[in-house]
Design a protein around this ligand. Structure first.
Ligand code: ADP
Length: 553
């Protein structure tokens, strides 16, 4: 049923509740009023630990709102950030969206060429950047016609020395010149609030344009006990960067829940994270598997966990059995596996066990925990075959995973190409099963699944099985051409030590974990697996590198 049909429902009575818009700025105003002394603690880019409160942040955000307007930012304009997780970046989130403009977070791990493309495509009016990115800014901003000014996120003492940056303003001087009495305007909740480009593993990056309404509804969903269960007693350290899907919404959901925020700045290695978590009594944290691997190495070295850490959320890529087991069994830290994507703001599913699974042994629970999680209320989810026929939720049949909901993109910024199916669903590009309890399990990306004869082989499951082999440190599986089966799996590994196991040795091991017809037809060892800007394996590069390998030859 379309919106127009619903509005026209014959005989329906309008509800008699207030029609107040769901906007972003009131999240911070709420926290400033009712959690005024709750802290936001940052390991600053300049070095020292910086402490502020929601009340102080709200005042500074109002100064920034005045400053943005004085610099010429108008409603609908895009304001870019190239910045780590810090209190200043958070002030930008609220001030930019609060005045009706759009906060465009740029991923600094993109190449300078991709950054130039994005700045031009978004037509950014201002660029706020951390000191770390001064060189990238000097290079990428040359000739960018839309930019009115650039602002370094620091004070006068840290003005970058490079001649190309002599005209940059400093953030602290900029906001000091304005009053802290900005009255946030009220406007339509469907107004755009922030913009994030997908990492573009194929083609140019695509802009996902979040609305105030979608961000606020997504924040409610993030606070639920069934998802991140955020509350006033949480001390949250978002490791996932604010340039990657709004740090999974935490800069909005933490003020909504009154949680304390601990921002890691640029210290994302295991020892830095451990030290900050330990000294600031972090209770929960969110990030991708690679950061959890480096924190695990530090915890093992020290022989303990950061003292207050109770639970972690692992998303962005699949959590392995080894990782879940190490955190839970070795260190007593609860792991919640989660899945989402840029186009979904990103929350789609979070894994926590229903009571019937809690009665089982750890080993029996593991297959359920390895699934990405249970569907979050607000997200509709289905799997379909290549013809679009809806498939059973039996936990066995894999299909193309499609979603819809109020925080899921319906189209891309300044793009004419259709993002949805003809019946209004977003195809995630993932292949998944859904079981009768509502747990979704990603078996592959549609473009990575190996089509052997008429059957599908999950490259992800094969990689995870290979990673459990004691002599394999990293693994990627791609499809290679086969004269009879069309495609067969090919295993590319980084060895853990000097010893490189043979294909026969690896397959003898894999046979205990996956069906026999899945076993790779070949193996290659490399020094490193290529990773993209968000830490995911770049299979396009591997396919290019191994394009001449043919199975069965
Ligand atoms: P991009 O699609 O640009 O690489 P996203 O962060 O939007 O960046 O990535 C979303 C994709 O990441 C999902 O469609 C899925 O393939 C993968 N992903 C996210 N979380 C998980 C997870 N827990 N397990 C497996 N894959 C995941």
């Amino acid at each position: 049923m379309s919106q127009a049909d619903m509005n026209a429902m014959p005989g329906a009575l309008p509800g008699l509740m207030m029609d107040r818009p769901l906007l972003v700025a009131p999240l911070l105003t709420y926290a400033a009023q009712f959690h005024s002394d709750t802290e936001i603690i940052t390991r600053s880019v300049e070095g020292p630990i910086h402490r502020t409160t929601y009340a102080e942040m709200s005042r500074r955000t109002q100064r920034l709102a005045h400053a943005l307007i004085a610099l010429g930012v108008k409603p609908g304009d895009r304001v870019a950030t190239l910045a780590w997780n810090t209190w200043r970046h958070m002030e930008l989130y609220f001030a930019v969206s609060g005045i009706g403009a759009i906060c465009h977070t740029i991923n600094p791990r993109l190449s300078n060429e991709q950054m130039r493309y994005i700045i031009d495509h978004a037509e950014d009016r201002l660029l706020f950047f951390d000191l770390t990115f001064a060189d990238a800014v000097a290079d990428t901003c040359k000739g960018r016609k839309s930019l009115l000014a650039r602002v370094v996120l620091s004070d006068a003492a840290h003005r970058p020395a490079r001649a190309e940056l002599s005209d940059v303003l400093t953030y602290e001087e900029l906001i000091a010149a304005h009053d802290e009495d900005y009255a946030w305007p009220e406007f339509d909740e469907n107004t755009a609030a922030s913009l994030c480009y997908t990492s573009g593993t194929t083609g140019n990056p695509k802009g996902v344009l979040y609305s105030h309404r979608s961000l606020v509804l997504h924040s409610f969903a993030c606070c639920m006990a069934a998802t991140m269960s955020l509350n006033v007693d949480d001390r949250v350290l978002p490791i996932v960067p604010m340039f990657h899907v709004n740090a999974w919404g935490l800069p909005y959901s933490c003020p909504m829940s009154g949680a304390t925020l601990i921002m890691p700045g640029r210290g994302l290695d295991g020892p830095s994270l451990f030290e900050l978590m330990d000294s600031e009594f972090v209770t929960c944290s969110q990030g991708v598997p690679t950061v959890w691997m480096s924190l695990l190495a530090t915890m093992r070295e020290k022989g303990r966990k950061p003292k207050a850490l109770k639970r972690i959320l692992i998303g962005g890529a699949a959590a392995s059995e080894m990782l879940i087991e190490a955190y839970e069994a070795e260190f007593g830290i609860q792991v919640n596996h989660a899945w989402g994507m840029t186009e979904m703001s990103p929350l789609g599913v979070v894994n926590n066990l229903k009571p019937k699974f809690l009665k089982k042994t750890r080993a029996e629970q593991m297959p359920q925990k390895l699934k990405q999680g249970r569907v979050v209320y607000g997200v509709d989810m289905r799997i379909v075959d290549i013809e679009g026929t809806i498939l059973a939720h039996d936990g066995r049949t894999p299909g193309h995973l499609q979603v819809r909901g109020p925080w899921i993109a319906k189209s891309y910024f300044k793009s004419d190409s259709a993002a949805l199916t003809t019946d209004g669903w977003f195809d995630t590009g993932d292949i998944a099963t859904i079981d009768a309890d509502g747990y979704m399990h990603i078996t592959d990306r549609a473009k990575d699944v190996i089509k052997s004869g008429g059957e599908w082989i999950s490259s992800v499951d094969l990689e995870n099985a290979a990673l459990d082999h004691p002599q394999i440190a990293h693994a990627a599986v791609i499809g290679i051409r086969h004269p009879k089966w069309l495609e067969r799996p090919y295993l590319i590994c980084v060895a853990r030590g000097a010893q490189k196991p043979s294909l026969q040795e690896v397959n003898a091991y894999l046979e205990t974990k996956v069906p026999k017809w899945w076993l790779p037809d070949g193996i290659a060892f490399v020094d490193a697996i290529p990773l993209g800007p968000t830490g995911k394996i770049q299979k396009t590069k591997l396919r290019e590198q191994f394009k001449d390998v043919i199975a069965g030859k």
